[in-house]
Design a protein around this ligand. Structure first.
Ligand SMILES: CC(C)(COP(=O)(O)OP(=O)(O)OC[C@H]1O[C@@H](n2cnc3c(N)ncnc32)[C@H](O)[C@@H]1OP(=O)(O)O)[C@@H](O)C(=O)NCCC(=O)NCCS
Length: 244
């Protein structure tokens, strides 16, 4: 007899739940997760040229559907998504249903899901390979002030500080939903060598406050999450097959 699936914790009002998925742990359930996908997702999955991209998409989308299915007491394949003009998926909910917000990111072997009860949320995870930090990338990511701060950092702190700020900016853009249509260089958040912090507050424009956290799920992956509101806290959960 199979164990009934465990339910992820309830979503508190001022809390963002961050679910880290080690994709290798989900790989044995690839077929099962593939069967949760909608027709358009199956079509998209079929267009990936590389098996690893196919797997990353199916595993992360499938776990996302299963997770949302738990919260709505619905089959994963019955979850319906809407898409913003910039491609950000959101839940198509009926009146009276909890307006759960979510965001997803994946990079190589990891995926990260952020979930909140109604607060816009953005997440980003990146495999942190220092050799990809070129002058072009620095110019594409950092504001002029941050570039000065970057150069002033001791050389051995630069890569870490860069990936922390890069994932933070990606998470902000994904929370706003604008994707890369808003240049990252226009977000001037400041670069430090202090390393990951407790949740911090950032402001993207007057009156628009966000709570943010940056962390290293493992030594070679940086991640950030951002949720709207100045008093959000972050709760961490590592995905396990008990949540299938
Ligand atoms: C959103 C974006 C920043 C993601 O960047 P990335 O680092 O390559 O990818 P990540 O793994 O962090 O995130 C991908 C996930 O973010 C979500 N996503 C897609 N578009 C998004 C957006 N505009 N905002 C927030 N999240 C988005 C999806 O769940 C996606 O997962 P999927 O690829 O499995 O569907 C990038 O794709 C982008 O700039 N998109 C906007 C493009 C655009 O303007 N399109 C307009 C025509 S559709």
């Amino acid at each position: 007899m199979t164990e009934p699936a465990a339910t992820p914790p309830p979503l508190a009002l001022h809390e963002a739940l961050l679910i880290l998925i080690r994709l290798e742990k989900a790989l044995p359930y690839l077929d099962e997760l593939y069967r949760c996908l909608s027709h358009d997702e199956v079509e998209r999955a079929g267009r990936f040229a590389f098996e690893k991209d196919f797997q990353q998409f199916v595993l992360s989308r499938g776990v996302l559907r299963r997770t949302l299915g738990h919260y709505f007491d619905r089959e994963a394949q019955d979850i319906k998504f809407d898409y913003s003009p910039y491609g950000k998926p959101s839940l198509n909910v009926s009146a009276g249903e909890t307006p759960i917000c979510f965001n997803l990111s994946h990079s190589y072997l990891l995926a990260l899901i952020g979930l909140t009860n109604a607060a816009p949320v953005g997440v980003d995870v990146e495999r942190a390979r220092p050799e990809i930090i070129t002058d072009d990338l620095i110019r594409a990511v950092l504001s002029p002030r941050e570039r000065v701060q970057f150069t002033a950092l001791p050389a051995h702190h630069r890569a870490e500080a860069f990936f922390e700020l890069w994932t933070l900016k990606e998470a902000v853009l994904k929370a706003i939903g604008s994707g890369h249509t808003l240049p990252m260089t226009e977000l001037d958040l400041g670069l430090t060598q202090e390393g990951p912090k407790e949740a911090r507050r950032i402001s993207t424009k007057p009156g628009e406050d966000w709570s943010a956290i940056t962390f290293w799920p493992q030594p070679d992956y940086a991640a950030s999450a951002v949720a709207k509101g100045h008093e959000m806290t972050f709760r961490f959960l590592e995905w396990d097959r008990q949540y299938l």
